[in-house]
Design a protein around this ligand. Structure first.
Ligand code: PMP
Length: 392
């Protein structure tokens, strides 16, 4: 790599569009402009067929039926549709209790708090220092009127994996619905909605080398059939769950990115795990005062969150131009608040201030990892000698 090349280590925030995905999308932006709901002519039917192919591609990754995939504008909308959609469904009118976890993404926590404002009771479970949920505490939280448990698969800040099959089993045994936000794990970890007893699952294209602004919600159709009230009303698209003219190029991009990422999942996961582990051990060996966050939890192969003692990570990252990484989830960076996720793991404010998430992806290479270690060693040393002025 050249001396001033940017090292992109923020794949958990977003990924570049794979050129093969772009190639698959372009015809649907240029010549094949049909509306997928226009069944009376060929352009419409061609668009509809392309949408159905993408539905199959997404369903294949989850071992779902294509009819169980509802396309949305991304995972934020999918999470909202799952939680608010269940809450608004007449079939569940008597179930007014929702369970979630402190480390969830805001796109789950905020709809849950919204429901609390509507009169639902909310239980927010804590996690231990490794980001793990206590399954006994989860079991104890379930009630006869519990509507849903929403617990993510992989955490976006720490990469910590929740045991979704165990959570699914527990929920199924107690007759409670289970939603999981799998935005970070989709095509990176095996997911089988059937064996894991998942009722609803959210995902997004831009985390898997697809375009921004498109995602999907998996909605179980049998055993049990999940009922949702739509949030967006109109022409009855997506089986009445999500009205609005289908984003054909985006949906084609999601399908193709899911297909490609799933095809290479085993090899790419192994490659990135090796690189991630090298980054971790090099940091620990070469930079004193480095602590790996949630080190003993099962974690995504692509994420490493470390905290450097006596470092203001925000200041450090902003004052260099070589490494693109992040301090807290990018989605909440607009409002600078200490990470609620790291706080839930019990990190102190100064540990949170020193934390950086490095998330690897397709562009990551051995030479980039070595360069990152060298650069970080240099930055951290310089930063510690020259700490930023205290802020009032
Ligand atoms: N959930 C998780 C775990 C995420 O990481 C993200 C993206 N940061 C979202 C939801 C929101 O996804 P989208 O950008 O597709 O709305």
């Amino acid at each position: 790599m050249t001396g001033d090349e940017l090292i992109y280590l923020d794949h958990a925030a977003t990924t570049p569009v794979d050129p093969r995905v772009l190639d698959a999308m372009l015809p649907w932006l240029r010549d094949d402009f049909g509306n997928a709901a226009s069944r009376h002519h060929l352009p419409g039917r061609r668009a509809a067929a392309a949408v159905e192919t993408a539905r199959e591609q997404v369903a294949t990754v989850l071992n779902a039926d294509p009819r169980e995939i509802c396309f949305t504008s991304g995972a934020t909308e999918a999470n909202n549709l799952a939680l608010l959609g269940l809450a608004g469904a007449p079939a569940y009118a008597t179930r007014r209790h929702v369970v979630t976890v402190r480390t969830e993404h805001k796109a789950v926590l905020d709809p849950c708090h919204h429901l609390e404002g509507q009169g639902f009771e909310l239980t927010v479970l804590g996690v231990d220092a490794n980001g793990q949920l206590d399954l006994d505490a989860l079991a104890a939280a379930l009630r006869d009127d519990t509507l849903v448990v929403s617990a993510m698969h992989a955490n976006n800040e720490t990469g910590v994996l929740h045991p979704i099959a165990d959570i699914g089993r527990l929920c199924r045994d107690r007759g409670v619905l289970f939603h999981t936000d799998a935005t970070q794990s989709f095509t990176k970890e095996p997911i089988d909605v059937a064996t894991a007893n998942i009722d609803l699952l959210s995902l997004s294209a831009h985390k898997i080398y697809g375009p921004k602004g498109v995602g999907a919600l998996y909605v179980r159709s049998r055993g049990p059939r999940v009922r949702l009230a739509p949030l967006i009303h109109g022409g009855g698209h997506e089986r009445g769950l999500r009205s609005g003219t289908a984003n054909v190029p985006g949906i084609v991009g999601l399908g193709e990115s899911a297909r490609l990422a799933y095809e290479s999942m085993a090899d790419e996961t192994a490659r990135l795990r090796t690189l991630r582990d090298r980054l971790r051990s090099s940091f620990v060996d070469r930079i004193t005062g480095t602590t790996v966050i949630a080190a003993s939890s099962p974690r995504l192969a692509t994420v490493l969150n470390v905290t450097f003692d006596h470092v203001d990570a925000d200041h450090l990252l902003r004052h260099q131009t070589r490494i693109a990484a992040s301090t807290a989830a990018a989605c909440t960076s607009a409002t600078i608040q200490p990470s609620h996720v790291l706080g839930a793991l019990g990190l102190t404010d100064s540990q949170i201030d020193g934390a950086i998430r490095f998330s690897l992806g397709s562009s990551s290479s051995e030479s980039q990892i070595e360069a990152t270690v060298q650069l970080m060693t240099h930055f951290v040393a310089g930063h510690r000698e020259d700490p930023p002025a205290p802020q009032c």
